[in-house]
Design a binder for this molecule. Sequence first.
Ligand SMILES: N[C@@H](Cc1c[nH]c[nH+]1)C(=O)O
Length: 384
Amino acid sequence: MLLPIGSQDDFGETVTNRNFVFETFRKVSTLRGYQEISTPVVEYANIFTNKHVGMSLQSLMKWFNSEGEIEVLRPDWTTAIARALTKHNKAPEKWAYQGSIFRNNKVGVESRQVGIEIINFPNFHGECECLLMARNFLDELTINHYVIELGHTGIFEYFINQLDLSDEEIKALQIAMHDKRKDKVYQLVARNGKEHIASELVVLIDAFGPFEEVLNDYEIRWGNYPVLLKIVNHIKKLAELLNESGKVPVIVDLGMVKKLPYYSGIIFRGLLEENGSTCFSGGRYDKLYDQFGENKNAVGLGFDVDILAKQLRIVNKPKRICVIASDETLSYAEKIRKDYADFIVEVFYDDEMIDKDNFQKVIYILQKDGEYEVIENEDMYRFN
Ligand SMILES: N[C@@H](Cc1c[nH]c[nH+]1)C(=O)O
């Protein structure tokens, strides 16, 4: 084995499509006024494992440095950017990033993300911008078959706060909610007279679907619970805005649990219709900056570049031109490129080596008595 398990080489179209995703992201984020940000690949582990972020050390790619401190390969852009922006100005800002993250609990260890972080914006505006940007970006990639799913961390927390569960039990419950395991959820909660909360959580597992239906239902169901009602109205306002401004279906999942510990508020993701995979996810995380003694509100999302790249069908491939040259005509062949600025121009010595069907045009360059002669296409060309 020449590579560690989880590392891999990629070739040709896989890399081309991935780079197309990166380029398109840059174009869209620049046009929407984002500034670019880059952070180092190597960081201290405790930036990601402290209680505000809560990533497990096992899930990080790590080693000891010469001072005995644990260093890691960046496992999360959002946290790294929060660290980088500490002591940065307080004005509203929109940041865009692209690059790899490394997590030991993922097949493949390395995955590529592009994403945005919006700091100190009015809450609703920041959340809308995230999702409108996501739609703008996927439109540019001509990826249309996906749904946007909305949730809110406050719903699960509202119920959890009425229980006396350890951190371990909360984690187990989150997993059971995520896996939609009603039996497990009931069993974990229905103790010490908390059966009514267990039943509420079990019902919540089914609280997903087209947003109007589910939210209208829960507006009535939670009519006497002001905290929950406020959340329902918030999700509704966001869903309606998205619905008015485009054609992508918006669904809600009121039982959605947060994927990363720092989320606090609206959470969302983009699901591909073809296979249900998550092509982007994100949410509000107003508490993440607390670890650096700062009070900033923030919302953002990350796109999975590898998943998006697999969806691409690049239709407008540039046309290809083949130039047949020789040692003597190579410098002249190079000049021909300027006549075909938007074409792929490849130079070969021997027309036996090429598959002519792959090219729009084959150009032969001959040299006779110190003069160059350019002949297009083989049928016009005769060897003497
Ligand atoms: N960092 C998150 C995505 C995100 C960006 N901003 C907020 N959330 C992730 O890796 O899933």
